[in-house]
Design a protein around this ligand. Structure first.
Ligand code: FDP
Length: 345
């Protein structure tokens, strides 16, 4: 039975919701509305392919490494192409950048007049593709700031606090699209029987404090002693501080962050002796997800600085990351800067 057949009091499609949001901004031209709708279309196409991935020849490696040195999977390539195709001819985007491409992606000359900049990670959590675990798409939208006709690298290298919109699509037990335009966070579930994203999670607010911590602990031998001390501390028993906390780590950032948004808690990918800046990309992963979590009442830092205030210097820059419920992030920060009594001096 589809959600439309069950008959909710008010059926809000993503299109209607985006239009309602636009109506609150009196001078809006409708371009951002359409751009978000184009992204929802790309998400439906990718979701459709992900859902039947085991049945067609789309699993496995594409046979190359991407700009960050990761193995490229066939689904990565498919998602990357479809996002580009859904948006390259609309006249709304001046330039794009993808986690899969080394440099900025120019828009064909006759459609180059757009005023927006789109950065995206077409398929996050690639290592989970072949085992049917949740994966995602992440997007970040900025206004074009350069003066010339075409979008440039400068347009892509803007700090996260200048984002106009950001969102992700989670291809999980169901497909969800979650986005913000800086006015709260809304979540939509894809009803595949009618091919529509329907509003299922209006005005998402995350708990101030959570019971879950999420980190790849196999890296702990390379961590700073204070980081190790924090993870040891959350596993000890102490009822007043709600310990021990529960560990959950899927290894797909979109899925781990989505759980953190809904249940509360802490998602971390710290820097280490091996990788001082961690693994996650500032522009394609950290910044858009930080915008969403902040809009839902959460906090996101690199351990010292607000993620949204980091000035990017290159497209594929990485950043250590601590994001989630406000109090949990403040707590790990107090360990990292040596202020917590249980933190090594
Ligand atoms: P993946 O390599 O599978 O694409 O940045 C990509 C990412 O996944 C994130 O989605 C995920 O949170 C992280 O890497 C997992 O990294 P580890 O395997 O090092 O834990």
């Amino acid at each position: 039975m589809s959600a439309a057949e069950i008959g909710p009091a008010k059926l809000v499609t993503i299109e209607r919701h985006i239009l309602d949001e636009q109506a609150k901004a009196p001078h809006a031209s409708g371009d951002l509305t359409n751009l978000l709708y184009d992204l929802a279309l790309a998400a439906k196409i990718i979701s459709c392919q992900v859902n039947k991935a085991g049945l067609c020849d789309i699993l496995g490696r594409a046979g190359a490494a991407n700009a960050s040195g990761d193995d490229v999977k066939k689904l990565d390539v498919f998602a990357d192409r479809w996002i580009f195709r859904a948006l390259d001819h609309t006249g709304r985007v001046a330039v794009m950048a993808s986690e899969e491409a080394e440099s900025i992606i120019p828009i064909p000359e006759k459609f180059r007049c757009g005023k927006y900049v789109l950065l995206f990670d077409p398929l996050d959590g690639s290592s989970n593709i072949d085992c049917n675990a949740p994966i995602g798409t992440i997007f970040s939208i900025h206004k074009k700031i350069s003066q010339g006709e075409r979008g440039t690298l400068e347009d892509c290298l803007q700090p996260g606090h200048r984002q106009i919109a950001a969102g992700y699509v989670l291809y999980g037990a169901s497909t969800m699209l979650v986005y913000t335009t800086g006015n709260g966070v809304s979540g939509f579930t894809l009803d595949a029987s009618i091919g529509e994203f329907l509003l299922s999670h209006p005005n998402i607010r995350m708990p101030e404090r959570g019971k879950i911590f999420s980190v790849n602990e196999s890296n702990s031998i390379y961590w700073d002693p204070r980081m190790r001390a924090y993870v040891d501390w959350v596993k000890q028993e102490d009822k007043p501080t709600q310990r021990p906390r529960q560990a959950r780590y899927i290894g797909s950032m979109v899925a781990d962050v989505h759980r953190t948004l809904i249940y509360g808690g802490l998602f971390m990918y710290p820097g280490s002796r091996k990788d001082p800046c961690g693994k996650l990309r500032l522009l394609y992963e950290a910044s858009p997800l930080a915008f969403i979590l902040e809009q839902a009442g959460g906090r996101a830092t690199d351990g010292r600085r607000r993620v949204l205030d980091i000035e990017p210097s290159s497209l594929h820059e990485r950043t250590p990351l601590f994001m989630g419920s406000r109090e949990d992030v403040l707590e790990v920060e107090s360990f990292l800067n040596g202020e917590h009594p249980a933190s090594p001096r």
